[in-house]
Write a protein that binds this ligand. Structure first.
Ligand code: ZN
Length: 90
């Protein structure tokens, strides 16, 4: 019983970390839209690098695998995963 709760807490902790990261990204995106042109150039460079990794992840997801940290690389068995979808929308 105690172990089960502990496992659940650990899972929730990871989930929370992920969501916090998502919020941080969204905040950064918001700041970016308000940013100056120079800032924009810098983030575009960064996005290009991120874009390649993103394309790989998107392909992995299309092939039916999880790309979220909790289930990374495991089969989705045709199910949609909220966390995966959130990651893809970044
Ligand atoms: Zn997933």
């Amino acid at each position: 019983m105690g172990e089960e709760i502990e496992a659940r807490l650990a899972w929730l902790e990871k989930e929370l970390e992920m969501l916090t990261a998502c919020v941080r990204d969204l905040r950064a995106e918001l700041a970016r839209t308000k940013g100056t042109a120079a800032d924009k150039e810098k983030t575009e460079e960064r996005q290009q690098v991120l874009g390649e990794g993103y394309a790989n992840l998107a392909r992995l997801y299309q092939e039916g695998y999880h790309i979220c940290p909790m289930h990374f690389g495991t089969l989705r068995r045709g199910e949609e995963c909220l966390v995966c979808t959130m990651l893809l929308r970044r």
